[in-house]
Design a protein around this ligand. Structure first.
Ligand code: ATP
Length: 135
């Protein structure tokens, strides 16, 4: 079994898609190890997206992710990291994500792509420590 950090970003929360995302996670056969609604501060957002520091969209990304409540969760199960990324679909909701995925079904813009999922075991460990230090 494996763990991954999943976010329903502020656009997903404001559009009322939290239940939809959780439902897809559960129907896939994955489980929830932690779940919390929270508004994240700038320092946490910048740490979360540290690999994008310096990119042209970094400031907008931090602004967006801190701009409203999001749902952070730890998702657990067999191959949870790859399994959730399969559910999410590609980063660009139109050019990359296919219908049937969360982004493919509900997204239009790269910045407002609804969800985040850790992309490797190393990222998952780092991100779970950042978001759920007591887990
Ligand atoms: P995430 O890390 O959120 O799961 P990802 O791994 O699919 O997404 P990354 O390339 O790591 O994509 O980019 C992180 C996030 O930064 C994207 O989900 C998106 O919200 C934002 N982003 C990436 N590229 C762009 C861009 N060109 N313009 C605006 N926002 C972008």
């Amino acid at each position: 079994s494996e763990r991954t950090l999943v976010l329903v970003k502020p656009d997903g929360v404001s559009r009322g898609l939290v239940g939809e995302v959780i439902s897809r996670i559960e129907r896939k056969g994955l489980g929830l190890a932690a779940l919390e609604l929270r508004t994240v501060d700038r320092a946490t957002a910048e740490q979360h997206y540290a690999e994008h520091d310096g990119k042209p969209f970094f400031a907008d990304l931090v602004e967006f992710i801190t701009g409203g409540p999001l749902v952070a969760m730890v998702v657990e199960g067999t191959r949870a990291i790859a399994a959730f990324r399969q559910l999410a679909g590609g980063t660009d909701p139109v050019e990359k994500a296919t219908p049937g995925t969360i982004r493919g079904d509900f997204g239009l813009e790269v910045q407002f792509n609804l969800v985040h999922g850790s992309d490797s075991p190393e990222s998952a460990e780092r991100e779970i420590k950042l978001w759920f230090p007591n887990l």
